[in-house]
Design a protein around this ligand. Sequence first.
Ligand code: DI6
Ligand code: FE
Length: 405
Amino acid sequence: MTRDTALVLTNLTLATMVAGNAPYGLVEDGAIVLEGGRILYAGPKGLLPDDFKGWEHEDCGGAVATPALIDCHTHLVYGGNRAKEFELRLNGASYAEIAKAGGGILSTVTATRAASEEALFEAALPRIHSFIDEGTGTIEIKSGYGLDLETELKMLRVARRLGLECPIDVVTTFLAAHAIPPEYKGNADGYIDWICTEILPAAHAEGLVDAVDAFCENIAFDAVQVSRVFEKAAALGIPVKLHAEQLSNLGGAALAAGFKALSADHLEYLDQAGVSAMAAAGTAAVILPGAFYTLRETKLPPLQELREAGVPIAIATDCNPGSSPLFSPLLAMNMACTLFRMTPEEALVGLTRNGALALGKLEDRGTLEAGKRADIALWDVESPGELAYRQGYNPLIRRFYGDDA
Ligand code: DI6
Ligand code: FE
């Protein structure tokens, strides 16, 4: 339902997530005024400007209000799934046997190439709804399971269409440099050439690319290859971000910082030089506990060093069929606390304010403040710290999404 008239929400505890003195930017006995998809006021009810007092009020029964969640790193659009591979592995199959049985990232590439645009869209719908159902208002979706011109564009079109047809804002990321396609086996440089001269310009020309990403890793692309993709992105005026230091340290985070990247993501193997470079460039750290958990990683990302350097830390699901089949941002928050010893406040900041920052959208969303999008989640909890506490439980009462109240 589209709402043009103003609405005053009262009887709320606000976790505004505005940085400052109060944890969670907490406001007891708060009120929020919405109109035309924007927040006109968010603060103490007692300070509600007189102008709004005669407007339609709604009693929210003491709920906690937060900004709608923002998941800044997913691979939500893909063909097939990898459940068989999961089962084979747990029955003792080796990596080589799984590859022989058609498993791994290239099996998702095969399935994604084979799927029609309509089939990819249909398969993605229940996935994206699991995010909406947990109060998510913005989600980033990457390409990267096509690894050819036609399929990379197909994935991005599906991502765009999800944003148009579902009540959630979709931010697209071009990730053709995710793996080396079979056609370019042994010729990663040739594939990077193709990305730079054809695939990226074509996707950009169709308006499908909000950001450019790459996988900087021994099993994927090295720093020189990533730089070439980033230089092309810079020439087209597109912001960049990077899968960096997930399995080893190739200096990816520092490279990304050199391009003033929005974020460097994963970061288990990040060193102090990478932390310092990110801090200097204002590049956000995106922490992905779902991949850490699924891969049974033991090396922790250097959270204390990131905190001390003042690097903003976001949290995301990394939702993908292989290393992180995680469709719950609430569970990602809980995992960040339990696995990485992040605080519940850091976890909620990571999926609101810093999620927005990592997408370059903090002026527009990510906190409850006048002027921002009216993307708001109401929760049946006593305090916002409770959101990171449970596993497999969804206390969402209601979600406001821009004009769609
Ligand atoms: N890092 C990951 O964990 C995923 N991609 C990436 O760059 C893996 C994606 C997959 O296995 O399908
Ligand atoms: Fe990822």
